[in-house]
Design a protein around this ligand. Structure first.
Ligand SMILES: Nc1ncnc2c1ncn2[C@@H]1O[C@H](COP(=O)(O)OP(=O)(O)OP(=O)(O)O)[C@@H](O)[C@H]1O
Ligand SMILES: [Mg+2]
Length: 257
């Protein structure tokens, strides 16, 4: 359902920076229902890869195919329908702070409504029912009327998960969703992603720094090094040797960090 074909991403040079080859010739296919963890050093290209899938990034070379459709050169307008089917979860939650949990989750339904309904903030009974359902699933029904900025970080991230799932997406892209949280909350967040992966057959792509989590939750691990895929296999194939290979770094690069 997601296929990158010889995909490259170059961030152009600016007045203060050189151009960056963030992804180089990446070819990979991800099937419906997989739980894929993407690992690699800081700067390896993990976020860039996720952002090419929903085309938050433009693509420099190669192709991105989503559900059989070549979206490489899709316009923002054309992307609207595609993005309905792609949930995104960020490290910093990205909720609207001054509105309730319910209204934040309803944002996940916007792609299904007409513009005028969205402008008026009108949601159907079905939309509200769906939102309530997933707020309950993430254990926050008691907080449904609470403003997002009155929640803890872990609770905010659970709202973000409900907002992604209420989209009824084919895939959720999660870019280090636990990185701003207490380690013991990581299992709560990843456990919820696993549950929706399993129960709703939502494909999960998770960028993660902690290898233990990648091994515990995923069915497949992809390792990036300097914009290239250097490992693609099952969690139990990830041994010391392959881990070293994925996390290999030159001294000069360290000096540039
Ligand atoms: N908007 C941008 N403009 C220019 N360069 C960028 C931009 N975003 C990322 N880069 C560069 O592209 C490379 C890959 O970055 P990316 O954010 O994809 O890495 P990452 O694997 O997600 O790292 P991290 O683990 O730190 O989140 C890095 O060299 C980074 O500096
Ligand atoms: Mg990143």
């Amino acid at each position: 359902m997601i296929e990158a074909i010889n995909l490259s991403k170059v961030y152009p040079a600016t007045d203060h920076t050189k151009e960056v080859y963030a992804l180089k010739n990446v070819s990979v296919k991800i099937e419906k229902g997989e739980f894929v963890s993407v690992i690699g050093l800081s700067g390896a290209g993990k976020s860039t890869f996720l952002r090419c899938i929903n085309r938050m990034n433009t693509i420099s070379e190669g192709k991105m195919i989503f559900n059989g459709i070549d979206i490489t050169n899709y316009s923002e307008n054309q992307l609207r329908d595609i993005r309905k089917k792609i949930g995104f979860i960020f490290q910093q939650f990205n909720l609207v702070k001054n509105i309730s949990v319910l209204n934040n989750v309803l944002i996940g339904r916007i792609g299904y409504n007409s513009v005028w309904k969205n402008v008026l903030g009108k949601f159907s009974k079905e939309d509200i029912e769906k939102a309530r359902h997933y707020i309950n699933e993430v254990g926050l029904i008691e907080k449904i009327r609470v403003r997002a900025d009155n929640l803890s970080g872990g609770q905010q991230q659970r709202v973000a998960i409900a907002r992604a799932v209420v989209q009824e997406p084919d895939v959720i892209l999660a870019d280090e969703p636990m990185a701003s949280l207490d380690p013991k909350l990581s299992d709560v967040i990843l456990g919820l992603l696993k549950k929706f992966n399993y129960e709703n057959n939502i494909t999960i792509l998770l960028n993660v720094h902690v290898i233990e989590y990648a091994k515990k939750y995923s069915t497949r691990i992809i390792g990036f090094n300097k914009g290239e895929i250097v490992f693609d296999g099952k969690p139990d194939e990830l041994d010391h040797h392959t881990i070293e290979h994925i996390y290999k770094q030159d001294k000069t690069e360290l000096e540039n960090l």
